[in-house]
Every structure is written in C-alpha cells, then in structure tokens.
Design a binder for this molecule. Sequence first.
Ligand code: KG4
Ligand code: ZN
Length: 332
Amino acid sequence: MILAIETSCDDTCAAVVTDDGEIRSNVISSQGIHDAYGGVVPELAARAHAERCDLVVADALRTAGITLDDVTRVAVTRGPGLVGALLVGLQTAKAIAVGRGLPLIAVDHLEGHLLACTLQPVSFEPPFVALVASGGHTFLSRVDDAGTIEELGGTLDDAAGEAIDKGARLLGLPYPGGPALERLAADGDPTAFAFPTGAKVQGLDCSFSGLKTSLLYKVRDLGDEEASARRADLAASYQRAVVETLAVRVERALRATGLRRLAVGGGVAANGPLRERLRALDAEVAIPDRSLCTDNAAMIAAVARHRPALAEADVAGLEAYATGQRRTAAAR
Ligand code: KG4
Ligand code: ZN
C-alpha cells in the first residue's frame, strides 16, 4: 500500500494507492487563498501546506480505511514546482518514512501527469504517446514503458495552462482561469474569431505567445463595451485555438511514432472541448477522470509503483527541484 504526498503548487494532496494501481483515497485540499493575487504566491502556498499537510495525510489514511501500519511505501513529489511548497511535502514524507522504517520514493511531478492514466479503472499501459498540458508545462512524450520516457516536443514559450490563465485574466475572469474560461466559452461561438494556432511552427513544439497577443489586440480593437458584450465568443474562440494547437501536435506525434495510442494528462486535460477533440482522433485515447488530471497525489503513487526507493543514506539529504529543472527518469 503506497502513501503518496504532493505539494508542488497550491493544492495539498495525499493519496493511498494499492500496488496494483487501485485508488483507495485521493484527497485534494485546494488552498483557495491565491485568487485575490491573480496567481500563486509561493510564500503563502508553503505556509498553507505546512498548516494542513498532516491533516490531509490523516484524511487520506482515514478515507482509505487504513492506518500507517498498513503503509508499505511512502512516495513524494520532489519537483518541479515551488521549492518552499515542495519542501513541506518532502519533510512530511521523510518524517513518516524514517519514523516508520519505510522505503521512500521521490517522484517527478510531470511523470505523475504522464502516468495518471495507468491507475485503475482506466489502467491504460504503455506504449503510448502522452500529452501533458498543465499550468507550468506542456509537452508530448513517447512512453515505451513506465521507465522509458522520451520527450518529443514542448512549448517554445508559455505552457497551455498559462496561456489559458492569461487569456482568462484578459477577459476579467478569476484565477485559475481554466474552469471559468470553459464555463464562459460554453455560451459562445468558437468560430466567431480566428485566433492563431501556431500553424507556422513545424514539428511537435507548440507556441502560445502569438495567441495571447492576438486576444489582447482583439479586445483593444473591439473597445470595452463591444469586448464585454462578446466575452463568451472571445472565450470560446480563444479556447478553441488552444485546443487546436494541442490537437494538431498530437496528430503529428501519432503519425511520427506510428503509435495509435494516446494518454492525456495535466490540468488542461480537464477541459471538456479538449477531451472531446482528442477522443475523436483515430487512436485509442485514454483521458483520466478530471480529478486525476489536475494536481493530485494518486498520480505520484502511479509513478512510485515503477521506481526504486532511495537508499537509506540518501533520504535525509533529499532536495526539491524548482520549475524548469526537470529531471525525468530518462534524463537521470
Ligand atoms: O496540472 P495542474 O493542476 O497544475 C500544474 O501542474 O500546473 O494544471 C493547472 C492548469 C491551470 O492553468 C488551469 O487553468 C488549467 O490547468 N485548467 C484548465 C481546466 N481546469 C484546470 N484549463 C482548461 N479547462 C479546464 N477545465
Ligand atoms: Zn501539475
């Protein structure tokens, strides 16, 4: 039985997952204190994790109907993320592992998004092409098995979630923008405005900076009154451009690899129109439940199932790594 802890950003998460990938509990405590700032404030995030991490772990154990006596391995996110936030999870996990004499497994957050679909009941196993689209990262990988991950393409500028959050902000929506943009877009016409989809960027990389600028100019050109009246159309057209940007790269990746199997993860994969667009592809497509797309600890356990534990001597010195310092299994 794996106890996993994830505190890389602004959700305090703990989960209990069996060795064969059954989720017994998946507790996500969203801090909800950053909205007023239009983004996550690192110091506040770390403090809030420190306040609630133990409670979230206790809740995960209780919901799973087990105690620490039943836990056989502890898994924790090591990075990438906010270092102060990550350290809270690491300290909690280290304390449990050392105190109980349990093996500790350090996990890369992005590999968590990549392998979330391997958990039950989806149980989608490699080989597959994987799209991860989150707030901090957007990339396509080829996953031959849980330990063989090759990056095929990334983003030349913003991550998809970042582009969504910035677009949502321009339309006066609260942070995080994804769910609010999706709700507003539901009442709009996705073909009302033609926003760029980075069509000129060849290969498997995405670019979102042109899209963001184009929304900014469109809002300016329309003027306050008209832009406000057409907010839903703007949201729907903008959302469609993000979805198309991603879907076109996925199609290229499936063609390039010859694989007809696609796994999708990351917060943006919670988006309804993106899920629909990808499910319609001529491939076997696995997209986990929304609660497994946005940050959670069950996906950290999913990776831990396939990774060795740290040597006892390395536990105390285990460090976090920041966003931008990705260390994948393939790169280690
Ligand atoms: O994976 P995630 O929860 O955290 C990171 O690791 O970044 O992703 C968060 C991102 C945010 O940019 C958020 O706006 C976006 O995922 N997101 C969505 C939706 N729900 C969350 N984007 C579009 N539609 C959604 N329904
Ligand atoms: Zn994430």
